[in-house]
Design a binder for this molecule. Sequence first.
Ligand code: GDG
Length: 471
Amino acid sequence: MPTTVFDLVIAANRLPVDRVEHPDGSVEWRRSPGGLVTAMQSVMQGREGAWVGWTGQAGDSAEGPFGHEGLHLRPVHLTQDDVAEYYEGFSNDTLWPIYHDVIVQATFHRTWWTAYERVNRRFAEAICEVAGPGALVWVHDYQLQLVPAMVRELRPDVRIGWFDHIPFPPVELFAQLPWRKRIIEGLLGADFLGFQRVADAKNFVRAARQLGGWTSRGDTVMVPTPDGGEHRTVRVSAVPISVDAKGLSELAQRPEVRARAVEIRESLGNPTTLLLGVDRLDYTKGIRHRLKAYEELLDDGRVAPPDVTFVQVATPSRERVDAYAQLGAEVEGTVGRINGNHSVLGSPAIHYLHHGYPREEMAALFQAADLMLVTPLRDGMNLVAKEYVACRNDAGGALVLSEFTGAYHELHQAFVCNPHDIEGLKQSIMRAIEMPDPQKRRIMRSLRRRVMEHDVQRWAERVLANLTGTG
Ligand code: GDG
């Protein structure tokens, strides 16, 4: 039977659905939470779209293509070895540290690189199978950097875009990668490369010039064609991602979400100030620095429960990678010490929640929190910062935001901090706690204007316009 083909193909490491297996053995696919799916839905409207990605399950069961909520899903099969070497290994233990300022040391294994190439090829082949003539192919993120060139080789008729969700490192760090030139070549197979910040786009162009000898003019890199004819041009620019601001704002206004926000505060003893952190448990997120600042404020007697309390949601992540397991143990130790030293009966100084929550609960937490602490050491964007702002229809609350996030470049009116500077971080937190409400509301209103206008739908349209050459 011939495969159906589509005029828009999205490729990401993960499919936008999660597999749920019921006790009776039946399998259901549920849409994964997250802005990317929403963004893609808005660009898929009026188009036939396919999504190529991994199901999240390693092993032998090769799932065939299936339809879900109007999307054609084409699973890419990964074995246990592929997951260990391509995903946990090369993507998360080699590239992730290099692309995040080497906060932890990167690990290099030639076998991981081989697996990365192998899996990227499998993605490229799957894309070409479902891409119609002249289709638009939109590839996502650092796990799939070789895919653009592989697709171009197989299918010169399609237009290829790639979006980098994480930072692109300065050339001095990128140069550590033994496979640096191959990665640049892989990316330059695209027609358009999108990054979160102008600095990321510049870092890429510099790497292409210095490490590969490609020439560039402004935001364009010139790539020689195999036949030695005219150069092909690759456009490289910053297109910062955002959130489904309207959807979140509506969610936060629902009576049951608002009631839950009140209930959360009550269950915490109605503190004067509720601090909140929401992160994947990742060393890039600055959770340790945040805890240190909070612990010192408690030590100094500047904050204390039950007046002030801190809820930290840390969603489990990449637990089989050593650096993540270590971070988890360290954070648990610190939380234990803080609570041992500073809690009072019935009022812990910190509530540490090591699990995920439904989005309604997240929206309620955002509404309940007086202070949102977003303190990454390096973060491509940080959607949590924008989600918090989108959920504050009441213009209440305050955002403490690290200058090392992509979000900072749009939300610099927030209470900005350098998380490495613990003294400065403490001051930002105290400033946000002590600032009179009317002033804080003015700040929140201006943050909201930015997030509501520059939402994820607008981001997706901008990427597509660049990809089709109309932007
Ligand atoms: C990468 C880049 C970039 C978290 N816990 C729960 C939950 N979440 C949701 C958040 C947010 C998302 O997960 C996390 O997004 P971030 O942007 O904060 O960070 P990464 O996962 O590192 O994402 C990052 C992003 O890609 C997009 O380009 O911004 O820089 O590293 O949406 O709300 N959602 C629910 N329950 C949880 O417990 N429902």
